[in-house]
Design a protein around this ligand. Structure first.
Ligand SMILES: Cc1ncc(C[n+]2csc(CCOP(=O)(O)OP(=O)(O)O)c2C)c(N)n1
Ligand code: SF4
Ligand SMILES: [Mg+2]
Length: 287
């Protein structure tokens, strides 16, 4: 079946079997099922294998610098809240080089969905450790094993009171699609840390490994309870999959901007009041 978001697929530059194939397919299906149209979408990314996803999606796109997708996404949403903005980037891009942007956009409650393709490795640059790599994992650079503690993006997001925090695994396509749909529909900052194996450079965290080291959250689990969510976030073997935390009570960033106080239309759709502008300039002049 064709999908409205398929684009440029003959140019796909991923290794056969890479988790990014499944992830991008799940995302396209989620968008179709949500009734989204390519013209209302913006896909933003940094640099990396995951970051190429935006190039294979029909919609607007911005492929920026490594680690710098989040501020761009925030600015796009703030300048045109009618758009749906999705960031697709890697674990390195999102939590390493872009780590402080990750914190700041959660605190700001930017109305964007961040899908981190978490393969626990730097895929594009051929297999160095990333911020989510397991301690002790050997790589061609970390020959004696990684000595850093891995970042726990779920625990960090719950600690910062993010609006929507979830973990998914591309090997579980149906549940991942459900999570993506809810994340994209959420008003506020949404994180879906998505395990997406790198079959070429991460020989530890394989499809089989993720199947054996993850489990679906219990049906009666309540993601509105932050303390419980923090407990779930700290579970790392096995990793819980599902919506771990939600707080939809906070206003997203663009709604708190004075420009949208009385009028929700994006600025470019409004008529410029030249008289008001002249008055403002006049009032600032030093006579
Ligand atoms: C400022 C900057 N630092 C480093 C790099 C080199 N670089 C490009 S991609 C990348 C890591 C990619 O890893 P990740 O974000 O996890 O994406 P993946 O390729 O695994 O999907 C690095 C270190 C760069 N392009 N720019
Ligand atoms: S190197 Fe890894 S992340 Fe990159 S395309 Fe190949 S399998 Fe995917
Ligand atoms: Mg990676």
């Amino acid at each position: 079946m064709t999908n409205s978001f398929e684009y440029n697929m003959e140019a796909v530059a991923w290794c056969p079997g890479c988790g990014n194939f499944a992830l991008s397919r799940i995302l396209r299906e989620a968008l179709e099922e949500l009734g989204k149209k390519p013209e209302e979408m913006v896909f933003v990314s940094g640099i990396g294998q995951a970051a190429k996803t935006a190039q294979y999606m029909k919609g607007h796109m911005f492929n920026g610098l490594h680690g710098r997708a989040l501020p761009v996404a925030m600015a796009i949403k703030a300048s045109n809240p009618e758009l749906t903005v999705i960031v697709d980037s890697g674990d390195g891009c999102t939590f390493g080089e872009g780590g402080n942007h990750f914190n700041q956009q959660i605190l700001r409650n930017s109305d964007i969905t961040v899908i981190s393709h978490d393969n626990q490795i730097y895929g594009l640059t051929k297999g160095q450790a990333s911020p989510t790599s397991e301690k002790g994992m050997k790589t061609p650079v970390q020959v004696y094993g990684v000595t850093n503690e891995p970042i726990n993006p779920i625990a960090a997001a719950v600690a910062l009171d993010a609006s929507f925090v979830a973990r998914a695994f591309v090997g579980d396509m149906e549940n991942t699609k459900k999570i993506f749909k809810q994340a994209i529909s959420n008003k506020g900052f949404s994180l879906v840390d998505t395990f997406s194996p790198c079959v070429s450079f991460n020989k530890l965290n394989t499809f089989k490994w993720y199947k054996e080291h993850t489990y679906a959250l219990e049906e009666n689990y309540d993601p509105l309870n932050r303390k419980e969510a923090f407990g779930k976030a700290l579970e790392t073997d096995p990793f819980p999959l599902g919506i771990i935390y939600r707080n939809s009570s906070k206003k997203p960033f663009w709604e708190m901007n004075i420009a949208y106080e009385k009028d929700k239309r994006p600025l470019f759709k409004r008529k410029l009041d030249l008289n008001a502008l002249k008055k403002l300039i006049e009032s600032k002049k030093i006579h």
